[in-house]
Design a protein around this ligand. Structure first.
Ligand code: BGN
Length: 336
C-alpha cells in the first residue's frame, strides 16, 4: 500500500507546537544568543597577539640620535621586564592623588627620563591629549613616571592641552604633539589617553615594527577587546609610519571615530595592528563623563577614505601655540 501524506497528523503536530507557551520560545532563543555571545567574546578575549617569547624580535629598536652618538655604557636589559609577572589589580590603582603616596621626581626633567647606569635602546615620545581633567592628570603623571622609570627606556611626556572652548579635537592635538616630537627626532610616538593606567609591569612602552595597540584589555570593557581594529586608548607608532599615514584626521570634533579612522589609515597603507598578549595589556580606566558624541563621525570616516586621507599631519592649522618645560611634562598649550 502506498503511504500518503497524512494531513490530519500534521495539523495535530502544528496545533501542539502552538500550544507551547511563548515564554519557552523566548528562553530557548535567549539561551542560543547567550551561547553564541560567549563563543564570540571568547575570541576577542583571546585576541591574536605576538607571543611573549617572540616580542624581543618584534619590537622596534631606535633612539634619538643624541643618545645613539654617545655610547659609553652597556646596553640596558629588557628581557626581565618582558618576562615579569608583576601586575596591579584594578582595586589597587590610585583613585585620587592622595593615594599616590610620597612621589619623588628623581631623574625627571621636562617630563623626560633617561636611565643612568645603562644605554637605553629605545626613545619614546609619549603624547597625551588633554583638557579640563585635572583629577586624572594629578594621578596620571606620577603614576606613569613611577611605572616608566622601571623600564630602562628613554622617554618624554608631552602634554598637549586644548586651551580654547571650541569642541574637543583629539586628532589635531595628537598631530600638534607629533610635530614637536618629530622635531626632537623621536623615532617612536606613543599616543596615550589621560584616563588609562597600565597594570602589568611587562607592558614595555616601546614601538613594534608595525603599529601597536597597547590598551587591548581595559577593565571598563571587562578586559575584552571590543573589536579587532580598535586602536583607541593607547597606540604606539614608529614616527616614520605616523608620517606615512599622514597622522590623524583633523576633521573630528567631539567624541568618537578619529581612532577608527586612524585604523583605516594604518590598514590602507598596508600596515598591521599588533598587540602584546592579553595579560600584558591590561589597563584601568579612571571614571569620567566623555565629550558630546560626534554625530557625523561615520560620514567623516567614509568621506576621508574617498579623499585618500589627504587631511592630517600635513594640514594642521591652529591659532596659537605655547610650549613650557615643566618638571613632570613638556606642556604644549594650543588654541585651535
Ligand atoms: C567606538 C568608537 C571609538 C571609540 C570606541 C571605544 C565610533 C565610530 C562609529 C562609526 N567609534 O564605537 O571612537 O574609541 O568605541 O569607546 O564611534
Amino acid at each position: 500500500m502506498p503511504r500518503y501524506f497524512d494531513c490530519k497528523k500534521l495539523n495535530k503536530k502544528l496545533h501542539l507546537l502552538f500550544q507551547v507557551p511563548i515564554s519557552k520560545y523566548a528562553v530557548t532563543l535567549l539561551s542560543i544568543i547567550a551561547i553564541h555571545r560567549l563563543f564570540t567574546s571568547c575570541n576577542v578575549y583571546n585576541y591574536p597577539s605576538v607571543p611573549r617569547e617572540q616580542l624581543t624580535d618584534a619590537i622596534y629598536t631606535a633612539t634619538v640620535p643624541q643618545l645613539a652618538e654617545k655610547r659609553t655604557k652597556p646596553d640596558c636589559p629588557y628581557d626581565h621586564i618582558l618576562q615579569s609577572k608583576e601586575k596591579l589589580q584594578t582595586w589597587e590603582v590610585p583613585k585620587s592623588s592622595k593615594d599616590i603616596g610620597n612621589f619623588s621626581a628623581w631623574g625627571i626633567k621636562d617630563g623626560s627620563y633617561t636611565p643612568e647606569h645603562c644605554q637605553p635602546l629605545f626613545s619614546v615620545a609619549i603624547l597625551v591629549t588633554y583638557r579640563n581633567r585635572q583629577r586624572h592628570l594629578d594621578i596620571f603623571l606620577p603614576y606613569m613616571h613611577n611605572f616608566l622609570r622601571k623600564q630602562n627606556i628613554h622617554y618624554k611626556i608631552f602634554l598637549v592641552e586644548q586651551l580654547d572652548n571650541k569642541p574637543w579635537n583629539k586628532g589635531m592635538l595628537y598631530n600638534i604633539g607629533a610635530q614637536r616630537a618629530l622635531a626632537e627626532r623621536f623615532p617612536c610616538l606613543l599616543l596615550h589617553d589621560v584616563d588609562l593606567l597600565p597594570l602589568a609591569a611587562s607592558n614595555l612602552y616601546v614601538c613594534m615594527d608595525q603599529p601597536r595597540h597597547l590598551s587591548a584589555s581595559i577593565d571598563k570593557f571587562r578586559f575584552v577587546l571590543i573589536y579587532d581594529y580598535l586602536v583607541g586608548g593607547v597606540l604606539a607608532m614608529r614616527a616614520d609610519h605616523y608620517v606615512r599615514v599622514n597622522g590623524f584626521s583633523n576633521n573630528f570634533y567631539n567624541w568618537g571615530g578619529e581612532d577608527d579612522e586612524m585604523a583605516d589609515r594604518i590598514l590602507s597603507n598596508n600596515l598591521k595592528i599588533l598587540r602584546f598578549p592579553r595579560e600584558m595589556s591590561e589597563y584601568s580606566m579612571m571614571t569620567h563623563t566623555h565629550e558630546p558624541v560626534n554625530r557625523a563621525r561615520e560620514t567623516i570616516i567614509k568621506e576621508n577614505k574617498i579623499q585618500g586621507h589627504k587631511d592630517g599631519l600635513s594640514s594642521v592649522r591652529y591659532e596659537s601655540l605655547q610650549v613650557k618645560a615643566q618638571r613632570l611634562c613638556t606642556w604644549i598649550g594650543v588654541k585651535l
